[in-house]
Design a protein around this ligand. Structure first.
Ligand SMILES: Nc1ncnc2c1ncn2[C@@H]1O[C@H](COP(=O)(O)OP(=O)(O)O)[C@@H](O)[C@H]1O
Ligand SMILES: [Mg+2]
Length: 634
């Protein structure tokens, strides 16, 4: 009996650890699932949809599978070969037979390496193809969302969806999935080979498997927790960074660097702590698996050693030194993949969570879709009519309440009203950025719902207060769409809006570099560029929403002049706070809280002595006061 004592001791130690772990496992309560882990979509559906992306590449995956099986052959054959070598060199041997064995070994090694190389090349290529397809799908889908839907998702999140989440999925295809399949094959293959070689020793190794499974199950629970913490802390720090880096100038102006730094430190510490916990959990699990591995090797050597040295059979099968060497190598090959499988399971879960997030973006039905019989409009005259239009951004909170007006082609119409009265809303409804709830909007007598959105927007030119310039060149920002314009045409447009003066002063003229969001140009210059952009494309309807707000009085006179000229191009809709800018409009529509109070020309409205008259006198007096104050100072 006492000859099995060492084995009992090993078993006892493992048993104690197992009991400790089970106790720890029971002590830990299941907390709420992590943002990164909780899912509504069943795993099956996620797999099905991911497979749809992989399906076009099934030939590549099949090839990978074949290559993989060949590369696995090394893992299974090499221990057997080395065992045989041990058998040969044990006694007197012919050098030639050793050479032959080594040559076979080297051959298998080379073939396996070549296969592994091709496997990763094919996988990476395929993974990148799938990834770019997925990215493209997500981006196209986001482009098709309405303003309303886009308002609901923060930009930072969209960037994460397009970049990080797609990346996690690509990792799954190129790395996780294949290693998993490969490891399963290796485990099964090694098991089979071991059974063939010596089933009794195999049974001995298998005795350790229940412990391995137990440790893995416990480990999974702990890693899930730390993975969740790391993921939450990372999201937190990213959100904080993206918001605060865009507002960093404000932070500096208000001297809030200290507070912001403290906030950041808190988050950074949380992430550090989570990461440390993660390292700790892995730091426990890996040695535990190692302990099992070492224990099984010890048992092997003990049992095998006894069997070999005393030259007796172990429970029926004789054990030679070659068998020992082979099993020693097999045990290693057996434990490694199992440990990796356990560790990768979490990564797979995380990739699934990313996949679900991507699919949830892809599942957002675009709200603005063309009707099946929507028409294409090549030319429009620029007649606009609102018929009792009701609109709200948030259900129940009406922003426009029964607005009706009519604009003839080539008319210039101004919208006047206090902030929040609905001017910008009216202008964005004309471009169908949102769909209205009640009433009708007609362009040239056609309901805009019956016109293809792209073909409708083509006829509008918008000039807004916040001009968005893309990074690139001045030329690129004026031309914008791919239509080819000659430099003469571009210069003509710039002259028309008096933007040529400042462009001429730049070192590279039209080729001057525009940095992100055009931050190397003044707000006024950006507006002049947006005017040039609009004029160049000669839209049938031009929309100016507080587009003259950033322009000095001197430039404004120039703008007045170009506005006069622009009148000949098409219908013009203007919102301007300086009433002097719109005095010459053909019609002025006065709004208050989403209702039209009055409309008419400047003179008509002044005579009416209504809201417009009030606004005008207030501005006029303020102006006079400013002039008098300036006079006093001088
Ligand atoms: N995207 C939006 N979501 C919800 N409410 C909005 C949105 N845009 C504007 N509003 C609301 O609609 C009203 C009219 O806004 P707007 O048309 O921009 O006014 P104006 O241009 O006349 O200053 C405001 O009360 C504003 O709060
Ligand atoms: Mg506005």
């Amino acid at each position: 009996m006492h000859e099995y004592l060492p084995i009992l001791i090993v078993g006892g130690i493992i048993g104690v650890f197992a009991i400790l772990f089970v106790l720890a496992y029971a002590a830990i309560k299941n907390k709420k699932e992590a943002i990164g882990f909780d899912r509504n979509m069943p795993d099956g559906e996620i797999v099905r949809r991911l497979m749809a992306y992989a399906r076009p590449f099934w030939k590549d995956f099949l090839l990978v599978l074949v290559v993989m099986v060949v590369s696995i052959a090394y893992d299974i054959i090499s221990p057997l070969l080395i065992g045989d070598i041990e058998e040969i060199i044990k006694d007197d041997f012919a050098l030639s037979s050793l050479f032959a064995m080594v040559a076979v070994y080297a051959g298998i090694l080379v073939v396996s390496l070549v296969c592994t190389y091709f496997q990763s090349i094919i996988l990476q290529k395929t993974g990148q193809k799938i990834l770019s397809q997925l990215r493209l799908d997500v981006f196209t889908h986001i482009e098709g969302l309405s303003h309303n839907q886009l308002n609901q998702i923060p930009v930072g999140k969209l960037v994460t969806r397009v970049c990080n989440d797609t990346n996690a999925i690509s990792m799954m295809f190129t790395n996780i999935l294949v290693t998993m399949v490969k490891n399963v094959f290796i485990v099964l293959g090694v098991l089979g080979a071991m059974l063939l070689k010596n089933y009794m020793l195999t049974l001995m190794v298998l005795c350790f498997i229940p412990f391995l499974v137990l440790f893995t199950v416990i480990f999974r629970k702990f890693t899930r927790r730390v993975y969740r913490r790391v993921k939450d802390a990372t999201t937190d720090i990213n959100t904080y960074l993206s918001e605060n880096l865009s507002g960093i100038k404000i932070t500096q102006v208000f001297n809030r660097e200290r507070e912001k730094l403290d906030d950041f430190l808190d988050r950074s510490r949380a992430l550090k702590k989570a990461k440390q916990q993660q390292i700790f959990v892995f730091g426990i699990f890996r040695p535990m698996v190692y302990m099992l591995y070492i224990s099984s090797v010890l048992c092997l050597l003990y049992l095998g050693g006894r069997g070999y040295i005393k030259d007796i059979s172990f429970l029926g099968q004789t054990i030679s030194s070659g068998t020992l060497v082979t099993f020693y190598l097999f045990i290693n090959k057996f434990f490694n993949p199992i440990q990796t499988l356990a560790e990768q399971f979490n990564m797979l879960q995380s990739a699934f969570a990313s996949a679900e997030k991507i699919f949830s973006v892809l599942d957002m039905e675009p709200e603005l879709v063309d009707e099946p019989d929507a028409i294409e409009l090549d030319e429009i005259r620029g007649e606009i009519e609102f018929k009792d239009v009701w609109f709200s951004y948030i259900p129940g909170e009406w922003v426009l309440k029964g607005v009706s007006f009519h604009i003839d082609p080539k008319q210039t119409v101004a919208f006047v009203g206090s902030t929040g009265s609905g001017k910008t809303t009216i202008l964005s409804l004309i471009c169908r950025n949102y769909d209205i709830q009640k009433g009708q909007i007609l362009i040239d007598g056609i309901d805009i719902k019956h016109i293809k959105v792209a073909s409708l927007r083509k006829h509008f030119g918008q000039m807004l207060q916040d001009v968005f310039l893309f990074s690139g060149t001045i030329r690129g920002n004026i031309v914008l769409r791919e239509d080819s314009f000659t430099d003469d045409e571009i210069w003509a447009a710039c002259k028309y809006v008096n933007a040529d003066h400042f462009i001429n002063r730049l070192d590279h003229g039209l080729d001057e570099v525009v940095r992100e969001r055009g931050n190397n140009f003044s707000a006024g210059q950006r507006q002049l560029l947006s005017f040039a952009r609009t004029i160049l494309h000669k839209p049938a309807v031009m929309i100016l929403d507080e587009a003259t707000a950033n322009i000095d009085t001197e430039t404004e006179l120039l703008i007045q002049d170009s506005l006069e000229k622009m009148k000949n191009i098409g219908t013009m809709l203007i919102v301007a706070h300086r009433l002097s800018t719109i005095q010459h409009a053909d019609n002025i529509i006065v709004l208050s809280h989403g209702v039209i109070l009055e409309q008419g020309t400047h003179q008509e409205l002044l005579q009416k002595k209504g809201r417009y008259y009030q606004l005008y006198t207030i501005q006029f007096e303020a102006q006079q006061q400013a002039l008098r104050a300036a006079g006093h100072r001088a």
